[in-house]
Design a protein around this ligand. Structure first.
Ligand SMILES: [Zn+2]
Length: 327
């Protein structure tokens, strides 16, 4: 290659590289060594029915992510009815007034997207990732299951059987399944974190449809939920769709039960190292005994509501609706 052509190519390459500066750059802070990132710009509003809405516009990919977080988790399971929040993680994928069972899968997976849900001590969350031209459809679908889920005998019984099978698969079959299952259950004397998130076969069998319907009426409502939409959309158009499909879900007149129980004194256990011990009184609703900390150390994962031994996904959360072996 002639020398001047080689120099020209080098200059062109330099020019292209110069314009390919990434949007996110790292720089050292004054204190040294800390990376900085672009500020996350989001909008927030509260609808008249109490639904909290957060939105983040990001046109870097023609996709959008929708999350609905219900502020109900395993700690809210009724006494003697453990596993209800997890049960609803499954029932929420069944039929609604205008959707057939599992239609959420058809609306997401059939267009190249994905969906799932998880249950923890304090919340249950549902999400979809889809091409952005399906945003309106999925907001409609989220409004459907928030406002007109069919909590009937057929959906209850079919998902109870699924959860019972999940219990056998995750707790009874693995070598240490029952050991991890017992840790939270036997670590707390009074705190609701003692309830195993996955439930128990005996308590699930004892549950009646009316119990499940009461639980649903109490917690699955717009004023007990937060919607997050992030991705490729127009803010004004999103606001209109959210008002139409989720703002129209009625807010019940009954109050949401208080979220925090009484202050609980943490257990005192001799023989644990200083860092394993709770060092101060935990605030109401957050008191933990030392066993979950130990479990954390054993498993390398933070304590979860799912009951020991359950799969925790890569975000460190509790049982996915779709574990590796289905269900
Ligand atoms: Zn499950």
């Amino acid at each position: 290659m002639p020398r001047f052509i080689a120099i020209l190519c080098a200059l062109l390459l330099l020019a292209v590289t110069a314009f390919a500066v990434p949007k996110t750059t790292k720089k050292r802070s004054d204190s040294g060594g800390t990376a900085s990132f672009p500020r996350l710009v989001f909008a927030h509003r509260t609808l008249a029915n109490g639904l909290q809405v957060y939105s983040i516009v990001d046109h870097s990919s023609p996709t959008v992510s929708i999350q609905v977080w219900y502020h109900v988790g395993s700690k809210d399971d009724p006494e003697g009815r453990s596993g209800f929040a997890h049960l609803f993680e499954h029932i929420m994928f069944k039929s609604t007034k205008h959707m057939a069972s599992e239609e959420m899968d058809r609306l997401t997976e059939d267009v190249g997207g994905a969906n799932n849900a998880s249950t923890a001590d304090d919340f249950t969350d549902y999400f979809e990732i889809i091409p952005s031209n399906y945003l309106e459809t999925l907001l409609w679908a989220e409004g459907e299951r928030m406002g007109s889920l069919n909590v009937d005998e057929a959906n209850f019984k079919s998902e109870r059987d699924v959860v019972k099978e999940e219990f056998r698969f995750r707790i009874l079959a693995p070598t240490y399944g029952r050991f991890f299952y017992s840790l939270d259950k036997d670590s707390f004397t009074a705190h609701p974190y003692k309830r195993p998130g996955i439930g128990s076969i005996e308590e699930l069998d004892a549950a009646k449809l009316e119990d499940v319907q009461q639980f649903h009426r109490t917690y699955y409502r717009p004023d007990n939920a937060t919607l997050i939409v992030a991705g490729d959309f127009d803010q004004k158009q999103l606001d209109g769709w959210v008002d139409r499909y989720l703002g129209s879900v009625a807010k019940p007149s009954t109050p949401i039960p208080p979220r925090h129980g009484p202050v609980v004194t943490p257990l005192s256990v001799a023989g644990l190292s200083r860092q394993d011990r709770p060092t101060r009184q935990c605030p109401a609703g957050r008191a933990r005994g030392p066993w979950p900390l130990l479990r954390h150390g054993l498993s390398g994962q933070r304590p979860q509501a799912g009951g020991g031994g359950e799969g925790v996904d890569d975000r460190g959360r509790a049982p996915r609706r779709k574990p590796d072996l289905g269900g």
